[in-house]
Ligand binder design. Structure first.
Ligand SMILES: O=P(O)(O)OC[C@H]1O[C@H](O)[C@H](O)[C@@H](O)[C@@H]1O
Ligand SMILES: [Fe+2]
Length: 196
């Protein structure tokens, strides 16, 4: 039965992701440069300086192009590099799903960090990433991967293919909390720029 909106049925396939690096030998990744994260970091001076001095890759991820049909799943790996902008760790942009009621699972292959989550009702949750940790992102929660270590944070993720990505809310309001490094340790602080 042909059940894809793009007219082609999905057939079984295997994708290889390196267990340590999370990289795929055969697929191109999507890279997020620091300059693509304007407005996401608190320390604007540090942001501008880091962009001017090399504009590093903050993270990259593989998301295999499958039909965005309800029954399909999207999966891949996300690699967040170690680093900070001022005192704030490298992180993904973070997003709600366009279909808000769609969850996601992340499995940490290597590195250390956090998954910062919050729902529209204002409930903020943080789960720790360490090798072997499977983190559940429930429906309604925006989610952002944060690298608090000094090696790449590699996770494998899977979610409903038609979930979509809503960056708008995060880009305009940010998260209620930030994760920074103080006295060599991660600390969760209020986002001074968050507006209701
Ligand atoms: O979409 P971002 O917040 O920039 O995160 C980058 C990507 O990594 C995550 O692992 C998600 O599962 C992807 O759907 C997401 O697009
Ligand atoms: Fe997601």
């Amino acid at each position: 039965m042909n059940n894809s909106s793009q007219g082609k049925a999905t057939i079984p396939f295997t994708e290889i992701f390196d267990l340590k690096s999370g990289m795929s030998p055969s697929r191109p990744s999507t890279k997020r440069l620091l300059s693509q994260m304007k407005g996401m970091y608190t320390d604007k001076a540090a942001f501008d300086s880091d962009v001017a001095n090399g504009d590093p890759v903050v993270y990259e991820f593989y998301e295999l192009s499958l039909p965005h049909d309800p029954g399909e799943l999207l999966f891949g790996t996300s690699i967040v590099y170690p680093g900070k902008v001022g005192e704030e760790y490298y992180m993904t942009k973070g997003h709600f799903h366009t279909i808000l009621e769609t969850g996601e699972v992340y499995y940490c292959l290597s590195g250390q960090g956090f998954m910062l989550m919050e729902n529209p009702e204002g409930d903020v949750r943080i789960e720790e990433f360490r090798p072997g940790a499977a983190v559940y992102v429930p429906p309604r929660y925006a989610h952002r991967s944060i690298n608090s270590g000094n090696e790449p944070l590699v996770t494998f993720f899977v979610f409903r293919a038609d979930a979509g990505h809503d960056y708008g809310t995060i880009e305009t309001k940010g998260y209620r909390k930030c994760v920074v490094e103080r006295d060599g340790k991660p600390e969760v602080i209020d986002n001074e720029r968050w507006k209701a």
